[in-house]
Structure formats: C-alpha cells, structure tokens
Design a protein around this ligand. Structure first.
Ligand SMILES: [Mg+2]
Length: 286
C-alpha cells in the first residue's frame, strides 16, 4: 500500500506505488467514455478504434496509468465496457464525474473507493444541501415557470434537469449562475452534458477528481493527458489539471474552443480514432 494515500476507510483501495510508473514523459491518460472512447452516435458499434486499443496497450506496458473519466454510473460503465469488448480494463475509473474507484477483486462490484475522496465529496454535498434549500427552490421555480424543461427532484438531493434543447439548457445554466452570484458565489455546482444537468458541489467534478487521483499516484500535472468531447469534460480540459489536452473531432463547439485556447490538440477524426491522432501528435503513439 502506498503511504501517501489518506486512507481512513478500511474497505477503500490503495493506489499503485509510484515506482511502477514510467520515469519520464506521459504518466497518466484520462479519457471520457461516450463520444470520446466510443462513438455514442452509433450505438450499434460501441467498439473502441483498434488503433487506440493498441496505443493504450503500449502505453500501459510502459507504466502509463489509464483512467476512464465518465459521467456514467459504475453499472452503466460496466455495460459500456462489456459492449466495447476491450482486452484489458482501465487502471482506475471516475464515474458520475466524481467517484474515484480502483479495481478490487474482493468487492462485489469489482471496484472500490480510492482513498477518502468520495467520502469528502458526500460530506461537502450534504453540508451544501443542509444550507441551500432556498437556492434549489429559486432554480426550480425558474425552470418550472419559465422553461419547458423537466425538473427531477431526487431523494439524495442530486436533483436533475432535462431540457428540451441545448439552447434551453443554456438559459437554465445562465439563470443558475445568476442565482449563485446573488448568493455570494454559492458552492452549488452541476454537471452538464447536452440537455441533461445534475446538481453537485462545485469543488467536485472531473477535473478535481482527476487531480486527487494524480496526487495519490504522485503524477505531476505536466505528465497527464486528458481528452473529452462534451461540457462535463471542461473541468479536466484545463492546464491546471493536465499538461496535454485533446478533444476528438465530434466535440461540442465550446469544448473545441477551450482546448484550442489552452493550446491543446483538436483532432480531425471522431472519437477513438481522433484520440490516436492526438496521442500521435504529442509523440505518445507510434
Ligand atoms: Mg462524452
């Protein structure tokens, strides 16, 4: 067990010791799943492009850590991975943008919490919920009165909104930001993907979760490659999170603009083939 992990949960899993990592160059690749690793627009073919499978296999043999960083639940990701039929599993997964999981043969799910991150997130969100009923009320009232979107209240407080269009979701996000500012930059956050939105805590998203994993593994930001195609990927497509940024050719315009602004690589090809293109560009794929 690596001693750098503040591991208070007896059942949580330890990270690989840093000595197993590549001494130079790339240390970790963080890839979104839908629209990045697999092509969600073509559900009949959810395979990963063979060139990317080869590239990841080669990188892993060199000690590079492979992470899937997705908005899917763990069960949803398992289904996706089964369909994708990859010859190897990721070293770590981040599910629902914020759950940090490591493989664990003894756990019924096959994956277990890594360190204290998930516990910290739950605590932060519970505190936010306890103090913020009025903030949720304001947002819900706006959605109900001024949009055609559906506001779904969840018992765990992770309410969701389903809009009728991206433009409508844009208006809702704008209103949420207004409400946040009216409440002195309230820590309420959300994960947005196309017309779907799920509330959470601003401090917990794909970027901060990846940063915590990298800190456990003692991999510096400069040695991290991150790629994604949609708005919930924006927090990890940030030079403070990863030194190498990329997006496939099918990415959301705002994702493309962000990656371009940060000097990352915009692939021409879609999904997995686009990622191979990006890895080649940075000199990490043959
Ligand atoms: Mg995606």
């Amino acid at each position: 067990m690596s001693g750098n992990i503040p591991n208070s949960e007896e059942t949580s899993t330890a990270a690989l010791p840093p000595s197993t990592l590549a001494p130079l160059g790339l240390g970790l690749i963080s890839l979104d799943f839908d629209g990045t690793l697999v092509d969600s627009m073509h559900p009949s073919d959810h395979s990963v492009h063979p060139s990317l499978v080869r590239a990841i296999e080669r990188l892993r043999a060199e000690g590079v850590v492979w992470v899937i960083n997705t908005g899917r639940t763990l069960s949803g990701l398992k289904v996706g991975l089964d369909i994708a039929g990859l010859p190897f599993a990721p070293d770590y997964v981040i599910t629902e943008e914020t759950s940090l999981l490591a493989p664990c043969a003894d756990h019924p799910e096959g994956w277990n919490a890594l360190g204290d991150w998930n516990h910290e997130r739950d605590h932060a969100f519970r505190s936010l919920l306890a103090e913020s009923g009025h903030v949720f009320d304001e947002i819900r009232e706006f959605v109900t009165a001024h949009t055609q979107a559906e506001y779904l209240q969840r018992t765990d407080g992770l309410d969701e909104i389903v809009a009728n269009s991206e433009a409508e979701m844009e208006r809702i996000c704008h209103r949420i930001e207004e409400v946040r500012h009216a409440h002195e930059a309230h820590p309420l956050g959300y994960q947005r993907n196309t017309v779907y939105l799920r509330f959470g805590h601003r401090g917990y998203q794909k970027g901060s979760t990846l940063t915590r994993l990298a800190s456990y593994l003692e991999i510096p930001t400069q040695r991290i490659f991150a790629a994604g195609d949609n708005l919930n990927d924006l927090p990890m497509l940030d030079p403070e999170v990863a030194g190498y940024l990329a997006c496939p050719g099918n990415s959301h315009p705002l994702v493309q603009e962000t990656v371009r602004r940060h000097g990352g690589y915009l692939a021409r090809s879609r999904t997995g083939e686009g990622l191979t293109e990006a890895l080649r560009f940075f000199g990490f794929a043959g």
